[in-house]
Every structure is written in structure tokens, then in C-alpha cells.
Design a protein around this ligand. Structure first.
Ligand SMILES: Cc1cc2nc3c(=O)[nH]c(=O)nc-3n(C[C@H](O)[C@H](O)[C@H](O)COP(=O)(O)OP(=O)(O)OC[C@H]3O[C@@H](n4cnc5c(N)ncnc54)[C@H](O)[C@@H]3O)c2cc1C
Length: 623
């Protein structure tokens, strides 16, 4: 038998260092090795991603390609524009492949896809080799050691990890790579189904992603934003393994910072530089190995007097990451939604996903489709989404997220708490959906898991602890520097009012050149900042009462009553916040509320749930 002819399939591991899968690909001394990336339509059209994240991915690919090329000038990252499920059967034949090697991915879509690829490979007589490398421990092994259950606390993760054994030490990058073999693509390219395109809003130009299998010049080049039809990115954050390693070097060189890091003491208001590492997008794309990060910190901590420890330390942060990955690996597709998820509390939030009402049961609740059961909640959601809530702390964070794709963890806390149990009482899936689009580091497991934590539906239950959009920000940033940076309308406002501009006198506002008016949606008059959406103190009380009731009722996402809508009977006569009655199998008009927002009063009022009665209360604002 001749030497192996190996395709190395890059996916979640856009790096050369500490790659157990790449090591496994090189071990049998292959005759040829093709480093490839397949442009999977699932991510192009069915996963929400803003331009900033696409730019970051392309950065990582370009950097990786250069590094491969340095090791072997005949090689680079070869990008093929077709779905892996239809591409591989043709490639296996055309390139006479013996092995397909890749890093294991436990995300639910990836599992399904990889199983399909494994079946195809088996039929073609191609051997599949996989290794984990995306987390500290193999998430499936963690689940097995946790009794087959999801890790719902850091202690469970640590106990399971302890049973597996020490986190493996990182391995070095290869020093050379074999030549790629011939790469004929004399077969038909299968066009993808481009509809629905969840990223259509970002495509300012024609989508040429799949115009030809090997790219416009036929040289398997990395795609460009131009090819994808996207407009320019706005983020200043750039990706790539080279940059990731440089950044990690700098972090470790500041020994005191890295060894004594305590997450709760880092400021969400710090920018240029931010107070945490900002390594998450590198970890997301696999441009940085979590084990390298872990061991560089751990080795420092072992010799540093007075070092911090998990969960607050830097290594503790990586443990949280592993916790969410293992929880998602155990629960599967239901992890990112309420429906069918036995570990998530059912809370009758407003704006529930369509699936959740039982009308379209499926695995993908967060498709973006939701019921507008309350015109008021929809209005608040729209204002939250674009950063015009009238609460400067919230708006600053949302605008930073939109432009840069990254905000501090406690900033994410503020936004998530405000949208769900600490203000709007809107379903956490709506917020997760927006974060999916905007975050550079969007990770299905970490995003959904953290939203569950913040909304007190899983992982965390102290729903009476709310983040004030005023006091919490002031604690970190009295003068409002973050607000002045991201909400320039308020940049000259006196420190006394910068978190609560509605309290400023006409004189103070006039001096700052700003008027408080409107809801901020649509065209906004220059020199104006919106009125606050509601009285926060009042909303907090309403939300806490509603959470208390939902906790007492005690339903979870897999309860039959959640699926068939009879949960509502358990909330009857309840005067606290509850999902509008318009949601259910029999209500084909639930979405009409969206239009009625603009019409004002209408027949919708007759359908309103108890929550809406609270919303008409006059806001306590001072002018
Ligand atoms: C609502 C919400 C949504 C979130 N969505 C994501 C997401 O999609 N992807 C994501 O990676 N993180 C997510 N996080 C977690 C966390 O906010 C980010 O990982 C962190 O802010 C990234 O910044 P950093 O690299 O400077 O973190 P650092 O504080 O420097 O931490 C180092 C690394 O540890 C990991 N980490 C830290 N905190 C967490 C955490 N709570 N959960 C999981 N991993 C953590 C990250 O990989 C991070 O890079 C979310 C948090 C919230 C509250």
C-alpha cells in the first residue's frame, strides 16, 4: 500500500500550533497533504453573522494560509466553494484521497454534518481521523464523566475534568508540511440553496460566493468580502493566529495582570485598552488554542505569589467556556432554545420564538421568527437592538457592540439583564439572536448558555439581583467616559446627568447642546437623545414579581404544557408580567401587533395580557 493521501479539513482550528488533529494528519508521513477549507452554505446563509465576524474569519484564513505557505511554498489554505456534504464524494474520487482528518466539533449542526461526511467517507473507503482540540478537555468525555449529564456548574465541570485527568499540554506547530497533490476539479459544482439568506441585510453587493468552485481565478484563494457581497467591516479588531500569539505574549508578559486577574474586578467601561484579554474571537475561530492559553497562565500562576484562582482567575474563565461546551454537547440541538430543553426554566416572556408556542416544533427555535404578542415589548426590543433605549449606559454598550463586535462580559450582563428579567421582559432567545449576529466571538454554546444564565432560566437563579442601567455603570465609570465615546449626543452633558439625562434641567441640556425627545427610532433629529423607554425601578419590580411567579409554577422547556400551550392556565389570575394571550396554535394574527404599534389603540388592546396594563403607567421622569 502506498503512503496516505490526506485532506486536512480546517474548520474550528485556524491555526498551526497545538493542533492535535493536524499532528494526527502528519503522523503517518503522508505522500501528499491538502490543507483545505470548504465554504459551507449552512454558515453562509443559515447562521446569522454580521460583516465584522466575516472579516475576522477572513483575517484568520489569510494568516493561516501565509503560515502554511511559509512551511511549504507549494502549499497554502485551499478554499473550495461548495457544501462539504456534496463536495467530498467528488473530491475523494478526483484526488484519490485515503484519509480525511479534522478537529472534532460538538456543535449540533457540525455533529450532524460530520456524521454525514463519515458515512460518505466509509462508502468511498476513506479513513476519517478526528481529534478534539477546541476545548481544554474533550466535551463528550466531560459529559461521560458527569454521568452523561450536562455540566450546569463550574464545580461539575471541575469534578468531571479531574476524573479525566490533567489538561493536556499544548503541542508545537509542525516544522514542515508535505506538498499538496494535484487538485483537479473537473466535476460539476452543486449550487447551494441560498434561501433563506439570514445575512441578506449585510449584502450591499451581489453575492458571488459560489460563482466557481476554486474562486474567480481558479486558484482556491481565500474569499473576499467583495465575493461574499458584503459591505466593509467596522470593527477595529483583527484576527489571525500570528496576532493571537503576539497578544497572548503581551498578556503573559504583564505577570501581575495575568496571574492576579479577577474577572469581577475588571471594568466593563474600560476601552482602549479594554480590561479583559479580548482573546475570545481568536478562541472562537481556533486561531488560539485554549490549552496554550491555559498552560501559559497556569505556569505563571504556579510560581507567582498571591495569584488568583478559579472561577475568577483567567484559567477560571476558560473553565466556564468548557462548562458551556460540555453542557451543549450533552443537551444537543435543544441547548440553544427553551423548547424541548429539560434544563431550562419556562418563563412566559414576551416575543417568544414561533416554535415555542407549539406551532412549528423543530430543532431550530432561534430562527429569528417570533410572535409579537405585545406591541409594547416589540417596541422596546427594537429600541434595545439599535441602542436608543434612552438609558445611556445600555445604548453605549449596544452601539459599541454593533460597531466593534465585542463588549466586556459585564457589559453583556447589563444588556442581557435589561432585555429580559431586569426591564423589558422579552424572551432571552431574541437577545441571543441579536448577539449571534453581532458578536465576533459568537459561539452557540457560550452565547446561549450565558443568555440562560443572565435571564435566570438555567445555570443561575438569583433573579432578584438586577443590574441597574444607572448605578451599575456609575460604579465603574463615574464620569461616563464610555457613554461619551459611544453616545456622542451626550458627550458634553454634566457628569451628574450623563447616566440619567432625563433628570437634567433645561439649562443643563441646553449647555450640552442636547434635547431629550422621541423614541430614537426612525430618523432622529440632530442634537436629540431619546426619552427613557420606561421607569426602570417600576419595571424591575414588575419583572421580579413575574419571575417569582414563574419560578413557583416551575415548568421546564420539555414540559408537555409548554408545548401544547396549557401552561397559560397556571398563570391565570396572575397580575404580574406574562406572555400576551395572542400566542398559540389558534392565533394566526399574533404577528399583527407589529403593525399595530404604529396604529396606536386598536382591537389589539382587547387581546392584551395583564402585562400591558402596567405599561401604560406614566413614566416618572423629570425634565
Ligand atoms: C449574554 C452573553 C453572551 C455571551 N456570548 C458569548 C459568545 O458567544 N462567545 C463567547 O466566547 N463568550 C460569550 N460570552 C462570555 C464572555 O462575555 C466572553 O467570553 C468574554 O467577554 C470575552 O472577552 P475576553 O476574551 O476579554 O474574556 P476574558 O475575561 O479575558 O476571558 C478569557 C476567555 O475565557 C472565556 N470566557 C470568559 N468568560 C466566559 C463566559 N462567561 N462564558 C464562556 N467563556 C468565557 C473566553 O473564551 C475568553 O476569551 C457571553 C456572555 C454573556 C453575558
Amino acid at each position: 500500500m502506498g503512503k496516505p493521501r490526506v485532506i486536512y479539513w480546517f474548520r474550528t482550528d485556524l491555526r498551526l500550533h497545538d493542533s492535535p488533529a493536524l499532528k494526527a494528519a502528519l503522523e503517518p508521513d503522508p505522500a501528499v497533504l491538502w490543507p483545505i477549507f470548504t465554504w459551507d452554505p449552512h454558515y453562509v446563509y443559515r447562521t446569522k453573522g454580521g460583516v465584522n465576524r466575516w472579516q475576522y474569519l477572513l483575517d484568520c484564513q489569510n494568516d493561516l494560509s501565509k503560515s502554511i505557505n511559509k512551511l511549504n511554498p507549494k502549499s497554502k489554505l485551499f478554499v473550495l466553494r461548495e457544501a462539504p456534504q456534496t463536495l467530498f464524494p467528488k473530491l475523494f474520487k478526483a484526488w484519490n484521497v485515503t484519509h480525511l482528518v479534522f478537529e472534532k466539533d460538538t456543535d449540533s449542526y457540525a455533529r450532524e454534518r460530520d456524521q454525514a461526511i463519515a458515512d460518505i467517507a466509509q462508502k468511498a473507503g476513506v479513513e476519517i481521523v478526528t481529534r478534539y482540540g477546541r476545548t481544554l478537555w474533550d466535551s463528550d468525555e466531560v459529559v461521560a464523566k458527569n454521568g452523561g449529564k450536562p455540566t450546569m456548574s463550574i464545580t461539575q465541570l471541575q469534578t468531571a475534568g479531574h476524573k479525566i485527568g490533567e489538561i493536556p499540554r499544548p503541542i508545537a506547530a509542525p516544522e514542515h508540511l508535505p506538498d499538496p497533490g494535484e487538485m483537479p476539479v473537473n466535476f460539476d459544482q452543486e449550487p447551494p440553496n441560498a434561501q433563506p439568506d439570514l445575512n441578506a441585510a449585510h449584502r450591499g453587493k451581489d453575492d458571488k460566493t459560489y460563482n466557481s468552485i476554486a474562486g474567480p481565478k481558479g486558484d482556491f484563494a481565500i474569499e473576499t468580502l467583495e465575493e461574499l457581497g458584503f459591505v466593509a467591516a467596522t470593527t477595529p479588531h483583527r484576527g489571525g493566529e500570528t496576532l493571537a500569539q503576539k497578544k497572548l505574549d503581551c498578556i503573559i508578559a504583564d505577570e501581575k495582570y495575568a496571574a492576579t486577574f479577577q474577572k469581577p474586578k475588571t471594568s466593563p467601561a474600560a476601552f482602549e485598552p479594554q480590561s479583559t484579554t479580548l482573546l475570545s474571537p481568536f478562541l472562537h475561530f481556533g486561531a488560539l488554542s485554549p490549552r496554550l492559553f491555559y498552560w501559559r497562565v497556569q505556569d505563571l500562576v504556579s510560581r507567582y505569589k498571591g495569584a488568583s484562582s478559579p472561577p475568577e482567575s483567567l484559567t477560571g474563565q476558560l473553565l466556564f467556556r468548557d462548562m458551556y461546551f460540555a453542557a451543549a454537547a450533552a443537551i444537543g440541538p435543544a441547548f440553544t432554545q427553551t423548547l424541548n430543553n429539560p434544563y431550562i426554566r419556562f418563563i412566559p416572556w414576551n416575543l417568544p420564538s414561533k416554535d415555542e408556542s407549539g406551532t412549528e416544533v423543530g430543532i431550530n427555535a432561534i430562527s429569528g421568527e417570533y410572535h409579537v404578542d405585545s406591541a409594547q415589548a416589540e417596541h422596546w426590543f427594537q429600541r434595545w437592538k439599535v441602542g436608543v433605549t434612552g438609558f445611556p449606559w445600555i445604548d453605549a454598550l449596544m452601539r459599541q457592540l454593533r460597531e466593534e463586535g465585542w463588549i466586556h462580559h459585564l457589559g453583556r450582563h447589563s444588556l442581557a439583564c435589561f432585555l429580559t428579567r431586569g426591564g423589558c421582559y422579552v424572551h432571552w432567545e431574541r437577545g441571543a439572536d441579536v448577539f449571534e449576529e453581532l458578536l465576533l466571538d459568537h459561539e452557540p454554546a457560550c452565547n446561549a448558555g450565558n443568555w440562560q444564565w443572565l435571564s435566570c432560566t438555567a445555570f443561575f437563579s438569583q433573579y432578584y439581583r438586577c443590574y441597574s442601567p444607572v448605578v451599575f455603570g456609575q460604579k465603574w465609570d463615574k464620569s461616563g467616559a464610555l457613554i461619551r465615546r459611544w453616545v456622542p449626543e451626550l458627550k458634553d452633558l454634566d457628569e451628574k446627568f450623563v447616566y440619567e439625562p432625563w433628570k437634567a434641567s433645561k439649562g443643563a441640556l441646553g449647555k450640552a447642546g442636547v434635547k431629550i425627545e422621541g423614541d430614537g427610532l426612525g430618523e432622529r433629529k440632530k442634537g436629540t437623545y431619546p426619552e427613557p423607554m420606561f421607569d426602570f425601578g417600576e419595571r424591575r419590580e414588575i419583572c421580579i414579581a413575574a419571575m417569582k411567579k414563574a419560578y413557583q409554577v416551575g415548568l421546564h422547556g420539555d414540559d408537555e404544557r409548554v408545548k401544547n400551550g396549557t401552561w397559560r392556565e397556571l398563570f391565570e389570575d396572575d397580575d404580574s408580567e406574562v406572555q400576551g394571550v395572542g400566542v398559540g396554535h389558534d392565533d394566526e394574527h399574533a404577528d399583527d401587533a407589529e403593525h399595530e404599534t404604529h396604529k396606536g389603540k386598536g382591537k389589539r388592546e382587547a387581546k392584551q395580557g395583564p402585562m400591558d396594563r402596567h405599561l401604560v403607567k406614566k413614566q416618572k421622569t423629570e425634565s
